[in-house]
Design a protein around this ligand. Sequence first.
Ligand code: COA
Ligand code: AMP
Length: 631
Amino acid sequence: MSYAEVYARWQADPEAFWMAQADRIDWIKPPTRALDDSNAPFYRWFADGVLNACHNAVDRHVAGGRADQVAIITDSAITGTVIRMTFAELQAATASLAGALRDKGIGMGDRVIIYMPMVAEAIVAMLACARIGAVHSVVFGGFAAHELAVRIDDATPKAIIGASCGLEPGRTVAYKPLIDAAVAQARHKIDFTIILQRDQLTCDLTPGFDHDWHAVQQGVVPADCVPVAGDHPAYVLYTSGTTGAPKGVVRHTGGHLVALYWTMKNIYNVDPGDVFWAASDVGWVVGHSYICYGPLIHGNTTIVFEGKPVGTPDASTYWRVIQDHKVRSLFTAPTAFRAIKRDDPTGALIAGYDISSLRALYLAGERADPDTVIWAQTVMKVPVYDHWWQTESGFPMVANPAGLQALPVKIGSPSVPMPGYDIRILDEAGVEMPRGELGAIAIKLPLPPGTLPTLWNAEDRFQTAYLTTFPGYYETGDAGLMDTDGYLYVMARTDDVINVAGHRLSTGAMEEILANHPDVAECAVIGVADDLKGQLPMGFVCTNKGTTRPEAEIVADCIRMVRDAIGPVAAFKLVAVVDRLPKTRSGKILRRTMVSVCDGAEVKVPATIDDPAILDEIRVAVRSLGYGGVA
Ligand code: COA
Ligand code: AMP
């Protein structure tokens, strides 16, 4: 069947389409219907079905003849080690950890935070939670203690599963002190932790509260998979919004598995048994969907990669991993390829490797710039598919369905809407724009299975953040256009969310931190263009009248405060002290105009600006930072 036929089939009868896809998943009690819209806009998919995510990811493969197939390859480019775990071993590991969690009082619906580096045990921890109906919430290791504490207070977990350390190039990151600090900061009190001690740096454990990963599992009776309802939350994953309070995206079990299963062949073009590599981190949605659940439920081997595309040890690492593990499809963020291209501009290093196993490269997480796409095509000699999605959707909204029918690639476009997504371009009044014209990208409700049904503990915020601007539609937060062939072009965010090396960050959250500095009167943080990371945050602070502290000290404080509160992942290193911020006459800071000034783009000075001369002051301040993006 062609893409057009499949999309039309979904459009004609979404209920029948999704019920047919649900057949690919093991159910303890199959659903009698796909969509329950009785409580719209809180849609529920496969709500009366009963299943278990860990069974689908692990046990059914063991029972179905894949017991000895490798499920997880852990490849650490930092320690130089490779560890393979079969589906049978994964089953034993998850059942054992699940048994330990159950013995310590974790049960159906209890939350467990996972704060771990890229080790197979992070996947084991996620699956162990799913096995007993607990709801995991993985927090990315590059976030600081404060961000972890915010998530502890929102998710109110009973336990944290962590590790003693993470490994960054040239630096061992002690995780346990971050966990301890977060536990101390949080108002909500957890019952216990389970800590994986890594050889590179072990940590002290508080008796009775911190439990060693191995010791806590000794003598436990392995836990079986428990039945959960189709709309039981599989996990909560926090993502950045416009304020400092992250949004807890909820994922229901049934829809999640059904949608992911569909994507593995139809988009990523892998068959069960193939090796699939998503070079991301378990702390992001890519890690949830395409390091953990997607490949495993489909019977693929997944790769847990610890390292960077460059510097561990060099720009050939991705080629080495593809060669050594016979990777069929690779998924990463464009920033990774910009990094490789910067270090090895001609792609000479690839000559030393056999990457013939690779069928295609998939890019997402940020805009795929044409230079990078063309470079990757030329060097790797495989199709390069941009695709567009977000934490909220959980799987691609717009993609090239290469396993179904590879459509012509139009560079600059992630291609076409996937079944389930009725994508419209709307103007500010919610009226559909003609083809080719820029507007807000919205999706007609209901969203398909696997997408967020709500936000954790925040039903009102779910509605105001996504459903209020355009009644009847989900607001994606992205702006773009659709061409006459139905190809989408994603151009920019409509809010203050920025994208730094494929990581979604809130400038509002950074402003809240800077505003706490005693010498800062007001501030603005914007995202400026960066050759490597796509965007970088840049802060502007106005100091209080009469401040005597040297500007350099205030700047250093600001950088440290953001790193301490949000974490190194914010990459917040550019701060300018200015006398004034450009504002409208009604006092609104003109952040978008500031971005144009910094990026050297054509500056459309808004008619409502209070004093246009301030833009020149901003230009001078930015030049003084040595920021290369300024014209
Ligand atoms: N634990 C602790 N610290 C972490 C971390 C983790 N899991 N992940 C990142 N950090 C730290 C880094 O050490 C770095 O700290 P520094 O300021 O002291 O150097 C900072 O957070 C920024 O990290 P990162 O965004 O990875 O930038 P980088 O400069 O180290 O590397 C790239 C740049 C492009 C190579 C890197 O971002 C990359 O590999 N991206 C691949 C794509 C990707 O992972 N995308 C995710 C979504 S698909
Ligand atoms: P996240 O929720 O962290 O996955 O970030 C999602 C956001 O990243 C989207 O809303 C977009 O702003 C951006 N994004 C993701 N994929 C793409 C893409 N292929 N092209 C352009 N922007 C993208």
